[in-house]
Design a protein around this ligand. Structure first.
Ligand SMILES: [Cu+2]
Length: 272
């Protein structure tokens, strides 16, 4: 009866965090060793937030900095990249990283609450807890806000349909092909690949299409337009000025061409 409870209270949390740490370590190992090309940056990213979350949970002195580090990492990696990996994981590693970061953000938020609510919290603890938790929350919210519309754009296509999509390569600095031609009628889906180190976009201002294609990723865009000719450009940096432009022609008939074919069905396609 004389043994104080607090030591046991955190044992389940410790176990969960230990498991998370093992996952993060495995993730880092995969990025450094198993991947054909070692990627120290991604390895560090996959471990740091979890380490920060662990420290925060344990209420170490560095906890305030840990909270801020988690928030900064989420922002630095860019919500759109995270969101993309979460919604349509093209590879296990980026997905694992994104999932780990989101999980870490969740732990950081909870830990901030713990920091704020504990009886012995000083004024500084409370300020850091509230500020850090809010910062992580905002970063996480931004990520999730990007997630939903992406899910709507790409989630309804079957694997068969995905494989049959016309592909447009985004390179520095052009669209290949730059002339897209589709027949009117059903919405048309394109697959965009970006193998460069830069992020690019597929933007049709007239149609309200603004698709971000992160570096090294593939994305699907569903375009539903009346017959006409639409100017296409990349909205990243000065890519448009560098010639990253194209044109989408929607013909007045239902004919298709090699550069684009109607998707057989796009099911539950929604506009944001
Ligand atoms: Cu671009």
């Amino acid at each position: 009866m004389s043994t104080p409870a607090p030591r046991r209270r955190t044992s389940s949390a410790n176990t969960a965090l230990a498991a998370a740490a093992v996952l993060a370590a495995a993730n880092a190992f995969a990025f450094l060793v198993l991947a054909g090309r070692p990627d120290p940056g991604m390895a560090a990213v996959s471990v740091l937030p979890l380490a920060a979350a662990v420290l925060l949970w344990r209420r170490a002195r560095v906890a305030p900095f840990a909270t801020i580090a988690v928030a900064a990492l989420v922002v630095i990696i860019r919500p759109v990249d995270l969101a993309f990996d979460l919604v349509r994981p093209g590879a296990v590693l980026p997905f694992a990283t994104a999932a780990a970061l989101v999980a870490a953000a969740g732990v950081a938020i909870v830990s901030s609450l713990v920091l704020v609510l504990r009886p012995s919290a000083g004024r500084g603890d409370r300020l850091v807890g509230v500020g850090g938790g809010a910062a992580v929350g905002v970063a996480l919210a931004a990520t999730l806000l990007v997630v939903w519309p992406q899910a709507d754009d790409t989630g309804s296509l079957t694997d068969e349909q995905l494989a049959a999509l016309p592909t447009v390569d985004l390179t520095n600095f052009k669209f290949s092909p730059a002339q897209l031609r589709v027949g009117r009628g059903q919405p048309v889906a394109f697959k965009f690949t970006n193998d460069t180190d830069d992020n690019h976009t597929f933007t049709i201002t007239e149609l309200g299409v603004d698709l971000e294609v992160p570096s090294g990723r593939t994305r699907i865009a569903v375009v539903d337009a009346r017959p006409g000719r639409y100017a296409v450009h990349c909205a990243a940096g000065d890519h448009r000025e560098k010639g990253m432009v194209g044109r989408l022609t929607v013909t007045d008939d239902a004919l298709t061409s090699p550069t684009a074919a109607p998707a057989t069905s796009t099911g539950a396609h929604h506009h944001g």
